[in-house]
Write a protein that binds this ligand. Sequence first.
Ligand code: FAD
Length: 486
Amino acid sequence: MNLDVNRAITAHTALLEDLRRLLGTEQILSDPLDLLVYECDAYTLEKKIPSLVVLPNSTFEVAEIVRCCNKHGVPFIPRGAGTNLSGAILPIENAVIISLTRMNKVLQVDIENRRALVESGCVNLWITNAVRSAGLLYAPDPSSQTACTIGGNVATNSGGPHTLKYGVTTNHVLGFEMVLPDGEVTWLGTTLNGGEETGGLDLRGAVIGCEGMFGVVTRVVVNLIPAPQSWRTLLGVFSSVEDASQAVSDIIASGIVPAALEMMDQLITQAVEAAYKFGFPLDAGALLIVELDGLEADLENQAIDVERLCLANNATEVRRARTDKQRADLWKCRKRAFGAIGRLSPNFLTQDGVVPRSKLPEIMRFIQHTSVKFNLRIPNVFHAGDGNIHPLILYNEAIPEEVVRAVQAGNEILDRCLELGGSVSGEHGIGVEKASFMEKQFSKTDIEAMMTLRRIFDPEQRCNPHKMFPNGKRCMDFAPRRQISV
Ligand SMILES: Cc1cc2nc3c(=O)[nH]c(=O)nc-3n(C[C@H](O)[C@H](O)[C@H](O)COP(=O)(O)OP(=O)(O)OC[C@H]3O[C@@H](n4cnc5c(N)ncnc54)[C@H](O)[C@@H]3O)c2cc1C
């Protein structure tokens, strides 16, 4: 056993003793079987069992846990529901996981000012559930919204189907309480009463999207919007992805701003239909879900225009959701699409690239070509209105050579997104998965500036280490797949 490993074991033993004195035993998981649950997030290609998981109940406890970790020089990782898709909570360097799932309450709702104060482990959908009766909602709606937490949304600046019209997390989070990496508790942005809104630098904005590297968010003030008066939800049926993509461009070019514009290709439609029995046409090359919302007086004309534009792009039919239930069922199918993949493959790698909307047909052709080249099936379900693609690369982790092909296929798709003037992440973040792409998308100067900001928040780089920036450690290399020691 080398000196570093010895030191790490000693630090963790002493840390565990301190944490037990602080929290007792019920809030600490150290049994290997319990820890197994935390070995990865929804990016399952790389796994590592954390040394400890702690489950605080309050900001005070979070701050004390962070101080204990610092005292023993042990890194720590804030964790929400673990639905992240880029390995952003992989416990490299035997980090301690600080799981916020017990801090999950909607603490206060201010109907008059349309705001709510929630704990960071609060599940995204619970916010809307708490204010629906007052005719309000929390707009960012990731497809994972029945599970993911507002803390995770803040750290990844989450989007969702309806962010085409309403914007992403940063547009709806007004402020938050955060435990800094040295244990100090601070508030950034607006409090529930608007009392601490500052005119200085927007540090709130700088923290949103930092992937848990700037501190542990503990309480969040979110903005609430009035639920739309009315809606029209349409389903365009196309024989090809190209035609559906052109319809997307034409709808936006016409000046209509749909609340959502989502696409499903044939393979994912077949899997979703087999799982949820909605009545989707199985022979369609692509389906386009177009949702329009707003004042009733406006909507019918917009819906007629959308129908016309779909038909002009060779849609074979355009259906409409006629009842609230039909609409809810349609969205349930769309939002559960990833879950249906289990019918097609034991494993899948979700990619998250962006291209200018006009390049959608080109990137979809490229994905098709990549699928053939690597002999892997790649269904697609994505936020077409944002140009935000989600190719789902199917593979079997029991076949190491297939894992390598899946990773290479994903890399080539991301490279192509960059060549087309896009980005390697639309909403799932960088994590460990795409850290090496940062140098392709940003200049060295840009990356150094980001790292400098990170060091200002966390000089020891102990909070969620080795994420986002290039040259970070990984838990796996992929040629061939094998565990490397970290
Ligand atoms: C089926 C499925 C569908 C999805 N659809 C979407 C989608 O439509 N749009 C979208 O944007 N994403 C989507 N995602 C990705 C994922 O749900 C989001 O990134 C989500 O915001 C992660 O939240 P979480 O609570 O699971 O966070 P985790 O996965 O636990 O953590 C994610 C990151 O947030 C940090 N973090 C978590 N909590 C805190 C905290 N309290 N303080 C500081 N940092 C914290 C972690 O350190 C990590 O870096 C999807 C994922 C799945 C599995």
